[in-house]
Design a protein around this ligand. Structure first.
Ligand code: BMA
Length: 371
């Protein structure tokens, strides 16, 4: 059945399926499981790293920050502690529209360069995708129509349009190459926070079966289009109360390499309770399914707590083999919307303590592509 499905995707994606000497179609392994040596090393080293410490991550770290944009080599995190984050994430939102820049007005060419730079540092890049609503034409947060996921699955009215969008993502990921022609591995993290209902792929917007099918279509299409430099992350919000709820929309071990969750602090007690519960869930599933675990997005907007890093975040994470924790962006266009410190910010000194703690890992501490 699965062979048939992969073949169907390959055909839908408009690919030529190669034939061997006996005239049979290439096996599922040929289409599905080819990954570059660097991508395999990344996965191996992610597993190792989680036993050593917790990598720190920051969204859009090197493309803008508080009071600056596009300065070469600049990073608010580096300005505070002297090193880049070990993980930097970027967003592919609006790549599907074919324009030059993403939804947060960062040029895709800039992202390409910064992704290669982070690879050359030995660090990791994660990519999220706030894809626009393929049916209504609205943004990722347009939840006015509850049939969007269904409409892009095979047989749906918008399937063809959406397959083109997946093609754009595949081309972008395939284009991430060093000057020497090495394809840069990335962790792709689409369809995130789907246990909430604020994105068109959210809980109340599609059935568990449709959500899983969306994942299969995504991964199969990318693989069929030659993407062999991606690992895949599953990251719901902190809504699941137990492992059963967490796995309700899980698309399967053959698709997913890393499991995590997104959660933000509004109230400290509520945050810590949710963080602890979610960590226990991913820890238990990670062990049973041999998956890397991470806090894929978190933060306290504006970081008004001067001791947040060592007083709240680190003590909660230390108990678990978390590969990384990533905080969201320091928006240059929304003054209060920042999650990492910058010089002069209230939590700056505490962040330096967090950086110095042997448990935290920054770019200079990791070599994620070492043999
Ligand atoms: C949200 C906010 C938005 C942004 C989006 C995608 O959490 O930061 O301003 O457009 O992420 O990066």
């Amino acid at each position: 059945m699965k062979n048939l499905k992969v073949l169907t995707w390959a055909l839908l994606a408009g690919l030529t399926v190669s034939c061997n000497s006996t005239g049979k179609q290439a096996s599922e392994e040929t289409v599905e499981n080819t990954r570059t040596a660097e991508t395999e090393l990344l996965l191996k080293n992610l597993k190792k790293v989680s036993a050593q410490g917790i990598m720190f991550g920051h969204h859009d770290d090197t493309v803008y920050g508080i009071g600056w944009e596009g300065d070469s080599g600049r990073s608010d995190v580096k300005s505070v502690c002297g090193d880049y984050p070990a993980v930097i994430s970027f967003d592919l939102g609006e790549l599907e529209l074919g324009g030059e820049a993403n939804l947060d007005k960062v040029a895709f060419d800039t992202l390409r360069k910064e992704i290669v730079n982070q690879y050359l540092r030995g660090g990791m890049v994660s990519l999220s995708w706030h894809a626009r609503n393929p049916k209504t034409g609205g943004d990722a947060w347009d939840v006015t129509d509850t049939t969007v996921v269904k409409s892009i699955l095979p047989g749906g009215e918008y399937h063809h349009k959406f397959a083109g969008w997946l093609g754009s993502v595949a081309s972008f990921i395939n284009s991430l190459q060093t000057a020497d022609g090495v394809k840069v591995p990335v962790l792709f993290r689409p369809w995130h926070e789907h246990t909430g209902s604020w994105f068109w792929w959210g809980e109340k917007l599609c059935t568990p079966e449709d959500y899983k099918e969306l994942w299969h279509m995504t991964v199969d299409t990318l693989r069929a289009k030659g993407v062999d430099n991606a690992l895949f992350a599953y990251s719901p919000g902190s809504e699941p109360r137990d492992t059963t709820e967490y796995l309700r929309r899980y698309p399967g071990d053959d698709l997913i390499d890393l499991i995590g969750f997104d959660t933000y602090q509004f109230n400290r007690d509520v945050y810590l309770e949710g963080l602890n519960r979610s960590l226990a869930i991913v820890d238990s599933i990670g062990k049973a399914h041999d998956k890397v675990i991470a806090v894929t997005e978190t933060g306290y907007e504006g970081i008004p707590d001067a001791k947040w890093w060592t007083g709240t975040l680190l003590p909660a994470l230390e108990k678990y083999p978390v590969a990384y924790v990533l905080v969201w962006r320091n928006a240059r266009e929304k003054v209060t919307h920042f999650y990492a410190p910058y010089p002069g910010q209230t939590s700056e000194a505490d962040f330096v303590e967090f950086y110095k703690n042997p448990k935290t890992l920054f770019a200079g501490d990791v070599k994620l592509y070492a043999k």
